[in-house]
Design a protein around this ligand. Structure first.
Ligand SMILES: [Zn+2]
Length: 98
């Protein structure tokens, strides 16, 4: 087993069969689970900020990002956190998390 050094703490590798980025089992074409603690701490170690849903879906195609932003909007995620995810250039990251 290999430990992954991530700054001031060590993240153990996720169990086999799950997404190596968020440690949750999901279709690779779908967003990572932003609420996964593994994903949050891994992201923090790399970016020194917490991930947003835009970050979690930044690897998805435009159609998938639009489906997810519609669903997240219905659940009350603030518009300013979703706008960047919908466009063709929606791979940018946002600076804040609410
Ligand atoms: Zn994932």
């Amino acid at each position: 087993m290999t430990d992954i050094p991530r700054g001031g703490f060590v993240l153990m590798p996720p169990r086999p069969g799950v997404c190596p980025v968020c440690a949750v089992k999901h279709d690779p074409a779908q967003p990572h689970n932003r609420d996964s603690l593994y994903y949050q701490y891994r992201f923090w170690a790399e970016h020194r900020r917490w991930p947003t849903w835009v970050d979690a879906m930044s690897h998805c195609d435009v159609k998938t990002r639009r489906l997810w932003t519609d669903a997240l909007r219905e659940r009350g995620v603030p518009e300013k956190l979703l706008a960047e995810a919908e466009g063709e250039d929606g791979r940018r990251e946002v600076d804040q998390r609410e």
